[in-house]
Design a protein around this ligand. Structure first.
Ligand SMILES: [Zn+2]
Length: 267
């Protein structure tokens, strides 16, 4: 069964689900005109490479580490409009007065934040441009990028995952600009995530781009769904890692990487 959102004349308020003639579930929404967000997306600092994004997305599917997603056919404006409409319903259900001038614009702000900022990494067309250069000098030692900022959201509660990533690779034929590693981490963090999958997605994206499995990814993060609710453990954090190639096979390489990373992790 496919979910087909349709945008119709907003004259009728309300929201309903009906079965279409072809038996697909038609999701009819009538966002009010003032929730319509026609603005251009917030400009992101990075340049994108949609074609690379499509190939990386396909590779992640093959590796079984893709984010569970369905194609909605919605463009960003439609997404913002739909999210704003639904978020207004959430606020109403919570008993918040949307006529209050402090709250009135919140649905729009949340919609814009979801689509253009904290979840922009759900769209493979936003994948960062990652031009590689040929490894002409034959550099074959470990390259480590430490303390990469990880700001993500857990997919179970939609609250913050806040941490750091440490990424290492040993160049084969290709070398990647170091800031591109940060961009790739950021791109995959900007989705609803679980830390394990985030770690794997970064690993395989780099593996695809650098054409090597000699890659190590470690993420250390605090989950605010643990910190602020549930067990309310304010001190615990979660460490995940994915090691490939020589990082997995060679004890000395692994120890060297862990030594570098542990000097960072230790307080
Ligand atoms: Zn959670």
């Amino acid at each position: 069964m496919t979910l087909t959102p349709r945008f119709t004349n907003p004259a009728t308020n309300g929201h309903m689900e009906t079965l279409a003639a072809d038996d697909s579930l038609v999701w009819v929404t009538h966002p009010s005109p003032d929730l319509y967000l026609g603005d251009e997306p917030v400009a992101r600092s990075q340049k994108t490479d949609p074609e690379l994004g499509r190939r990386v997305a396909q590779f992640l599917i093959e590796k079984g580490v893709a984010t569970p997603q369905v194609e909605t056919g919605l463009d960003d404006t439609q997404k913002r409009t739909l999210i704003a409409w639904h978020f207004a319903r959430i606020m109403e259900a919570l008993g918040l007065d949307l006529r209050d001038d402090s709250l009135a614009e919140t649905p729009k702000r949340v919609a814009q934040m979801y689509v253009d900022e904290i979840f922009y990494g759900l769209d493979w067309r936003n994948f960062p441009k990652c031009t590689t250069v040929e490894n002409k000098m034959g550099y074959s030692s470990m390259v480590v990028e430490r303390n990469i900022n990880v700001q993500s959201n857990c997919e179970h509660h939609f609250v913050i995952i806040d941490g750091r990533a440490h990424v290492a690779y040993i160049p084969k034929r290709k070398v990647l600009g170091l800031s591109k590693i940060n961009r790739i981490v950021e791109y995959f963090a900007k989705r609803p995530q679980i830390q394990e999958r985030l770690t794997e997605q970064i690993f395989y994206a780099l593996s695809y781009i650098l054409e090597t499995e000699d890659i190590a990814v470690v993420i250390q993060a605090k989950h605010y769904c643990v910190k602020s609710r549930g067990v309310e453990d304010v001190n615990s954090d979660t460490v995940t890692s994915k090691l490939g190639g020589v990082f997995l096979q060679n004890t000395a390489t692994r120890s060297e990487f862990m030594r570098v990373v542990n000097t960072v992790i230790a307080p």
